[in-house]
Ligand binder design. Structure first.
Ligand code: FES
Length: 157
C-alpha cells in the first residue's frame, strides 16, 4: 500500500499503512528524528510537528489522515548552519538540559509566535502547558520564547 506525504517541502511515496502513527512514519520511514517518542498517548508534546502550520501530536495522528496536508518537522525549520530564529533563541538561552522535550518546545513556540507574535508570560505558559519538561528548565524556556519573539519581530528589520 502506498502512502503519499508532503514533508518539509518534499513529496514522499511510502510503503506504509495509512493507519500507522505519523510519528512512526516520520522516524522509521523518513529518518526524521526531530520528533521524539515520549508518551505515545498525546500527553507530553515530545512528538510535535506542524500540520499546515498548526502544532500537532504526531504520535496520535494516523499518517493517512494528513496525506493532503503540509507537514513540517524540526528538520524543516532550519539547519545547523542556518537555524530558525526560534531554534537560535533556544540555543542562546541554553534552554535545554537533557533536550528530549526540545523538539516539542521549539515546534510549539513556532506555532505560538505565528498566532501571537508578542505573547505575555501567561500566554507562553498556557501555550506550552501541555509540553512536559522533566529537567526543570522552565525559566530558560520562557526566556527563549521571549527572545524568539524579539528575533522574529518584523519591526526589528
Ligand atoms: Fe506524542 Fe507524547 S509522544 S504527545
Amino acid at each position: 500500500m502506498t502512502l503519499t506525504l508532503h514533508v518539509n517541502g518534499r513529496t514522499h511515496a511510502l510503503a506504509a499503512p495509512p493507519d500507522a502513527p505519523l510519528l512512526q512514519v516520520l522516524r522509521n520511514d523518513l529518518g526524521l528524528n526531530g520528533p521524539k517518542y515520549g508518551c505515545g498517548l498525546g500527553e507530553c508534546g515530545a512528538c510535535l510537528v506542524l500540520v499546515d502550520g498548526v502544532a500537532a501530536r504526531s504520535c496520535v495522528i494516523p499518517a493517512g489522515g494528513v496525506a493532503q496536508r503540509e507537514i513540517t518537522t524540526l528538520e524543516g525549520l532550519g539547519t545547523r548552519e542556518h537555524p530558525h530564529p526560534v531554534q537560535q533563541a533556544f540555543i542562546d538561552a541554553q534552554a535545554a538540559q537533557c533536550g528530549y522535550c526540545l523538539n516539542g518546545m521549539v515546534v510549539a513556540t513556532v506555532a505560538l509566535l505565528r498566532r501571537m507574535p508578542r505573547p505575555t508570560d501567561e500566554q507562553v505558559r498556557a501555550a506550552l502547558s501541555h509540553n512536559l519538561c522533566r529537567c526543570g528548565t522552565h525559566l530558560e524556556i520562557l526566556q527563549a520564547v521571549h527572545h524568539a519573539a524579539e528575533l522574529t519581530d518584523p519591526s526589528r528589520s
